[in-house]
Ligand binder design. Structure first.
Ligand code: 13P
Length: 264
């Protein structure tokens, strides 16, 4: 295995989307924390949960305060404060010491019509407040089938990276989530995912040292396909939707990451 793989950590992140209730959210976070304990000793392996915003603080404070599992939000708004009913600012997120926030998830782009420009504003605001942005990008099936995949990924990346210095750019975590693989039960194959990740790493290399950038794969990751995906050279972790709502399945993905790390 190449030296670069040794240097990069793995991050297993669970995006709960708009699921759970207050009691279930606390219970699920507790189940994940209890079952993952032994893997959290691996200094190269990070785990993070992205629960619904209303439950995040209690999870961080009551369940995970003594556990090395990060908490992030699924969305934010880029303006610092003001008349933006229903929105959550980056400063609010930073004030609660949440480590991460997703930006540009495909459900936000598709359902809520978020543009590349808005996503870029969000990522830049997060970077300014020292919250790590997890920038989600990915092509639809139609874009892939019509040969526009690399063009789409390039536009999604350039909107965010073109105005950043390299040091700042390296702090962004990217999640490649092909839209056709999200929630469908059809993951990208390990070859398809690796090839997209390789392209993304090469492209981001125009803006910074992309060997330092974590690139996660998301889209129907399960405990069954995680090992193969995570073994790929340019796949540094997973952003998991459905399987992160079941503690045993999410644990299986964490175990796979640990196994991959111990095999290199
Ligand atoms: P699934 O794992 O349910 O396909 O969702 C992926 C995702 O959108 C994570 O952000």
């Amino acid at each position: 295995m190449s030296e670069s793989l040794h240097k990069r950590r793995k991050l297993i992140a669970g995006n709960w989307k708009m699921n759970t209730t207050s009691s279930r959210a606390l219970e699920l976070a507790g189940q994940i924390a209890d079952s993952a304990t032994q893997y959290l000793d691996n200094p190269l392996l990070d785990v993070a949960l992205f629960p619904p915003a209303v439950f995040a603080e209690r999870i961080a404070r009551e369940v995970l305060s003594q556990v090395r599992i990060g908490v992030g939000l699924q969305n934010c708004y880029n303006e610092p404060y003001g008349a933006f009913t229903g929105e959550i600012s980056v400063d609010m997120i930073a004030s609660l010491k949440f480590g991460y926030c997703l930006a540009g998830h495909s459900e936000r782009r598709t359902i809520f019509k978020e543009s590349n420009e808005l996503v870029a504003h969000k990522v830049h605001a997060l970077l300014k407040s020292d919250v790590i942005p997890v920038l989600c990008i990915g092509e639809t099936l139609d874009e892939r089938n019509s040969g526009r995949m690399f063009e789409v990924l390039t536009a999604q990346l350039d909107a965010v990276y073109q105005s950043l210095n390299s040091h700042t750019a390296e702090r962004i975590i990217i999640a490649y989530e092909p839209v056709w693989a999200i929630g469908t039960g059809v993951s990208a194959s390990k070859e398809e995912a690796q090839s997209a990740h390789e392209f993304i790493r090469a492209h981001v290399g125009r803006f910074c040292d992309s060997e330092k950038v974590l690139i996660l794969y998301g889209g129907s990751v399960t405990n069954e396909n995680a090992f193969d995906l995570l073994s790929q050279h340019d796949i540094d972790g997973a952003l998991v939707g459905g399987a992160s709502l079941v503690a045993e399945k999410f644990l299986g993905i964490i175990q796979s990451a640990d196994k991959v790390l111990s095999s290199i």
